[in-house]
Unconditional design. Structure first.
Ligand code: C2E
Ligand code: MG
Ligand code: MG
Length: 276
């Protein structure tokens, strides 16, 4: 019965304007500066903020994810355009796509339309597709990714490393970035085995000319490890939590100023680390 109630309420979430986006900053490891922001969906319902894991599966089963995903894409592009103008910062925004959207919607057409509507340059948009989806729908996925690439947006493979993709296949895909699943990072740098694996994946990314984004950076030690091993980008609670639009805008405006504190710039070899 719970699922039914949820399902009915979920149908109304869009028309009642109950969907929200939170944005989590992504940092360039070499410069310590913000490179992008991942848009993460929330549902403000019954006085609570419901996380995506609690309603996205239902939205996928019912097909509602198609309309919701379109809302997410449009909202993320509108905000990115606005923030780029206000801050002068060349922010990139990342939007998660569901397998159901790939199946049921003409994503390349939708993406070009939304970019045109909002005036956001294609290079400022990244689309994230989970590795397991790419593997499961390999032929279709490759076709859609190629079409999206020709629109000019970039493509990231999400939760990379746990979805059993073959490297031979990956090499053929038009992919700009691999987002290392956060399970890889969780015991870095304490576990020598995991640390070597992450270092090897970063090196592999460089050789294949795809960017590596480390997800789930929760400690200063993890951030320092990534900087030391030349990881391209990093994202995680230590660097910045997913936050409301107003808070993200404030962060970006502050960040644009010359001497604003940059969490990654203070890692590495510095011996006088400021408090976190
Ligand atoms: P994801 O795309 O892999 O997003 C990263 C998730 O990890 C987010 O959870 C984020 O809040 C969380 N996270 C970020 N940094 C850390 C960290 O340092 N430690 C830990 N433990 N977690 C961290 P969230 O927001 O609950 O989203 C969960 C999943 O829901 C996302 O995983 C994504 O697959 C899906 N999702 C979120 N928004 C959308 C959307 O608009 N559309 C679709 N189709 N899926 C979405
Ligand atoms: Mg993601
Ligand atoms: Mg992920």
């Amino acid at each position: 019965a719970d699922t039914l109630v949820l399902e009915n309420d979920l149908y109304k979430a869009l028309e009642r304007d109950e969907l929200r986006l939170h944005f989590q900053p992504q940092f360039d490891c070499a410069t310590g500066r913000i490179s992008g922001a991942e848009a993460l969906l929330r549902w403000e319902h019954g006085g609570k903020l419901i996380p995506p894991s609690d309603f996205i599966p239902v939205a996928e089963e019912t097909g509602l994810i198609v309309a919701m995903g379109e809302w997410v894409l449009r909202r993320a592009c509108v905000m990115a355009k606005q923030w780029r103008q206000r801050s002068g910062w060349p922010l990139r925004v990342a939007v998660n796509l569901s397998a159901v959207q790939l199946d049921q919607a003409d994503i390349p057409a939708l993406v070009s339309q939304v970019l045109k509507e909002t005036g956001l340059p294609p290079t400022a948009l990244e689309l994230e597709i989970t590795e397991s989806v790419v593997v499961r729908e390999s032929l279709r996925a490759a076709d859609i990714l190629t079409q999206l690439r020709s629109v000019g947006v970039s493509i990231a493979i999400d939760d990379f490393g746990v979805g059993y993709s073959s490297f031979a296949y990956l090499r053929e895909l038009p992919v700009d970035r691999l987002k290392l699943d956060r399970s890889f990072l969780s015991s870095v740098p304490d576990s020598p085995g995991d640390s070597r694996l992450v270092a090897a994946l970063i090196a592999m990314g460089h050789r294949l000319e795809v960017g590596i984004v480390a997800e789930g950076v929760e400690t200063k030690e993890q951030a320092a490890f990534l900087v030391a091993h030349g990881c391209d980008e990093a994202q995680g609670y230590y660097l910045g939590r997913p936050m409301k639009e107003e808070s993200f805008e404030a962060l970006l405006m502050e960040h644009g100023r010359e001497h604003a504190s940059k969490p990654l710039a203070h890692t590495g070899t510095s011996t006088t680390d400021p408090p976190p």
